[in-house]
Design a protein around this ligand. Structure first.
Ligand SMILES: NC(=O)c1ccc[n+]([C@@H]2O[C@H](COP(=O)([O-])OP(=O)(O)OC[C@H]3O[C@@H](n4cnc5c(N)ncnc54)[C@H](O)[C@@H]3O)[C@@H](O)[C@H]2O)c1
Length: 312
């Protein structure tokens, strides 16, 4: 039986828009499951508390939280208003905290639970999204804290960088323009059954919530179309140590020879901004010969397999 709690507001995150949430509730009910909608605002501490309480009142307990609420207010840093910054940080970062905070005390008591948090590849520096990137980076940090602090209570916490043509993407002018030109439809109207279908993310969410993933925690997965990628955790890659301490002179003399070598230079884009760092390898730019067949019709690539284009 499917049991789902779904909350929904308008795309812009303002006011209650009952339709999408109620549609999902109806679909689950038609499938023989139980679900309930909630129209509260995750950015508000008390309303997030009421959501968790509603889940407990309806289903007897809560085992899994998936933090999925999100809004966009895209703008270059030099044009961004304080309100645009605050609104996005409130929904993404504070909203994720609010829900996790409420769920965590229940998880601690019952010694079990799953946190699944939606971050974004934008976290790695999307030029026109300072508020969104900061919020989504914050969610990664919070997810690692949850993984570390709630491990003792048999909980896991993981982040997903999802992708799909949803209502949110219908608000991204460049994508809308391109898809409209090609199909005459909004992106979300063309996604079903294709690589852009947001349903491609769902199996990963359910897997992370399942017993099979009891030892998967503190990880960040990128889901892009039919690819699922594991993103490395930040790690120290170079260290230079000076027993005498550092001066500006010694730094100036040594850093170019040590850290300075091989630093990635930001790649300029047509619009004057630069390419987001990271995540180069889950978007279809892996040469055919670098993949390994692993069954179930799937192929696999990892960083220590031969580099792009080289055969084994
Ligand atoms: N679609 C993508 O390609 C993509 C890429 C990276 C990350 N994400 C992230 O995935 C998550 C889901 O996004 P989506 O693409 O399905 O967008 P969506 O607009 O379809 O869904 C977001 C939902 O959040 C709800 N919401 C907004 N503000 C809220 C609030 N204050 N309280 C409660 N609910 C609120 C909206 O009503 C909507 O139902 C978001 O966190 C988004 O940032 C999406």
């Amino acid at each position: 039986m499917t049991v789902r709690l779904r909350w929904s507001r308008t795309l812009a995150g303002e006011g209650a828009d009952t339709t999408p949430a109620q549609q999902v509730v109806n679909e689950i009910a038609a499938d023989g499951g139980r679900a309930v909608a909630n129209y509260g605002n995750v950015a508000k501490y008390d309303e997030a508390a009421a959501m968790i309480q509603q889940a407990v009142d309806t289903f007897g307990k809560i085992d899994i939280v998936v933090n999925v609420a999100g809004i966009l207010r895209d703008r270059m840093i030099f044009n961004m208003s304080e309100q645009e910054w605050d609104a996005v940080i409130a929904v993404h970062l504070k909203g994720t905290f609010n829900v996790c905070r409420q769920a965590s005390s229940r998880f601690r008591e019952q010694k079990g639970g799953r946190f699944i948090n939606m971050s974004s590849s934008s976290a790695f520096g999307s030029p026109g999204q300072p508020n969104y990137a900061a919020g989504k980076s914050g969610i990664l940090g919070l997810t690692w804290v949850l993984a570390n602090s709630m491990r003792a209570y048999n909980c896991t916490a993981n982040a997903i960088l999802p992708s799909g043509w949803t209502r949110m993407i219908d608000a991204v002018p460049r994508t809308v323009q391109q898809v409209m030109k090609e199909t005459g439809k909004m992106p979300s109207e063309t996604a079903a059954g294709t690589e852009r279908d947001p349903e491609n993310v769902a199996p990963l969410v359910v897997y992370l919530a399942s017993d099979d993933a009891a030892n998967v925690s503190g990880q960040c997965f990128a889901s892009f179309g039919y690819s699922i990628s594991l993103v490395s955790q930040p790690q120290v890659v170079k260290t230079v140590r000076n027993e005498n301490g550092w001066t500006l002179d010694s730094l100036g003399a040594l850093l170019p020879k040590t850290f300075g070598e091989g630093l990635a230079v930001p790649v300029p884009l047509d619009d004057g901004t630069v390419k987001t760092i990271g995540l180069n390898s889950h978007r279809g730019d892996i040469a055919e010969a670098s993949w390994m067949e692993v069954g179930h019709g799937a192929k696999f690539w990892k960083i220590d397999l031969p580099p792009y284009g080289e055969t084994r």
